[in-house]
Design a protein around this ligand. Structure first.
Ligand code: FDA
Length: 384
């Protein structure tokens, strides 16, 4: 083995693929889960044959040509365009907040200029006072009526915290469009892998020089590829949690986690759309995904459908870390951990857990491609 990759998410897979194909290296990837692909992984629900995203809905989108060309080596993409709706007080509104949402909400027929003026007037409620919490910040960005309807309680459910207790820094902007465009993403390329995420991710590792070892935790000293046995002996790409690598010696970084409730519902169509948000407190989950709608081009014939309710909360020990909370203390600890990484011999910390950063898939891939060139190639004396 020339290179050990810890974690088979998109960051680890991209580095492994490049190392095998561009440098001819023998790469071993370990993952503590029983499948490769990290959080982007999907599988087929056996009763219905419907592909579902095991760790929450994953929509691929990018404007980065290099990333787009790269991923197209392993999969083609459908022409899926993501759109989201929100249920509020028994009524369904299009998201992100756009002219359609505004006119439905205010029972009006405003044009863009009138709607802009209305929102500016409502957002001026604080009279120029600096927002001191999430509620005031939200009001200052889009005005109280829309903020309270679509963001306040949704955020309370995401954080399991009264929004008045959350800091203003959680949001810098709230998306509002003064057109009827309700495309969720505005990237140049968007779509879902034609044969599904599972086959895409498996193809990335499908190379004679790449060995994937599943069910193997880097910190489990009973297995041969553990930290003490490998660091310093072989170059390592580490995409697990950076705090865990250093045994939490500067304290654990805080994360939000998600709980998913998967259900096979006895109807061919549960909600008529892939994602429905619930912005009120009387519904405990934040959203429901219905996976058959991610692939309208597929001939799913099941008379049943697969739905997944998503709940959100602070992560405790043993929970899957999903979104960095990123408090001031977290940022300070992260700087400390980054200092510690300097002393590690030939260990590259990457990906969302290794850098304590939310990364979309295209960002994880872009980061891996660039760090492959700037760090991994030089390790092996290879020129760019
Ligand atoms: P990732 O978490 O995928 O992989 C890390 C791997 O390391 C895991 O497989 C883990 O098991 C393994 N590991 C950790 N510790 C280990 C240890 N000690 N030993 C061995 N293995 C270990 N992006 C996007 O573009 N569009 C979208 O719609 C979404 N949607 C979305 C929804 C939700 C709920 C989340 C949380 C995230 C998204 N994303 C997304 C982001 C996407 O999931 C993210 O970009 C990739 O997972 C990043 O890949 P990484 O390789 O960095 O991490």
């Amino acid at each position: 083995m020339d290179l050990l990759v810890v974690g088979s998410g998109l960051f680890g897979l991209t580095i492994a693929e490049r190392a095998a194909t561009q440098l001819g290296l023998k790469v071993t990837i370990i993952d503590r889960r029983d499948h490769l692909g990290g959080n982007a992984y999907s599988q087929v629900e056996p009763e219905t044959g419907i592909e579902y995203h095991r760790y929450g809905a994953h929509l691929f989108h990018t404007s980065n040509e290099v990333v787009w060309d790269y991923v197209n080596q392993f999969t083609s993409f459908t022409d899926y365009v993501h759109r989201v709706y929100t249920t509020h007080r028994g009524e369904v509104f299009p998201m992100p907040v756009n002219l359609g949402t505004i006119n439905q909400f205010f029972r009006s027929a405003y044009g863009p200029d009138q709607a802009r003026a209305l929102i500016a007037e409502q957002a001026a409620e604080l009279g120029g006072k600096e927002p001191t919490n999430f509620v005031e910040k939200g009001i200052s960005l889009i005005g109280r009526p829309l903020y309270e309807a679509f963001f306040m309680n949704y955020t309370a459910k995401q954080w399991q915290t009264d929004p008045a207790e959350l800091g203003p820094e959680i949001i810098s902007r709230l998306p509002v469009r003064f057109t009827y465009d309700n495309r969720y993403f505005s990237d140049k390329y968007e779509g879902l892998p034609t044969d599904g995420y599972g086959p895409w991710l498996e193809r990335m590792a499908d190379h004679p020089n790449i060995e994937v070892v599943l069910g193997t935790d880097f910190f489990d000293e009973s297995q041969p590829l553990h930290k003490a046995a490998t660091v310093g002996q072989v170059p390592v790409i580490f995409t697990g949690p950076i705090d865990r690598y250093f045994a939490d010696q500067l304290g654990a970084l805080s994360w939000r986690t998600l709980d998913f409730e998967l259900e096979v519902a006895a109807t061919p169509d549960f909600q008529g759309t892939p994602v429905m948000n619930y912005s009120d407190l009387d519904v405990p989950y934040t959203r429901i995904h219905e996976f058959r709608h991610f692939h309208p081009e597929r001939a799913y014939t099941s008379p049943k459908t697969v739905i997944m309710k998503e709940y959100s909360r602070f992560a405790g020990p043993g929970d899957e870390p999903y979104y960095p909370v990123n408090t001031a203390q977290d940022r300070e600890k992260l700087l400390g951990y980054r200092d510690l990484t300097e002393a590690e011999p030939q260990v590259l910390f990457g990906g969302r857990l290794g850098t304590y950063q939310y990364l979309d898939m295209h960002m994880a891939i872009a980061s891996a491609l660039s760090r492959f060139d700037s760090v991994v190639r030089p390790w092996f004396g290879a020129a760019n």
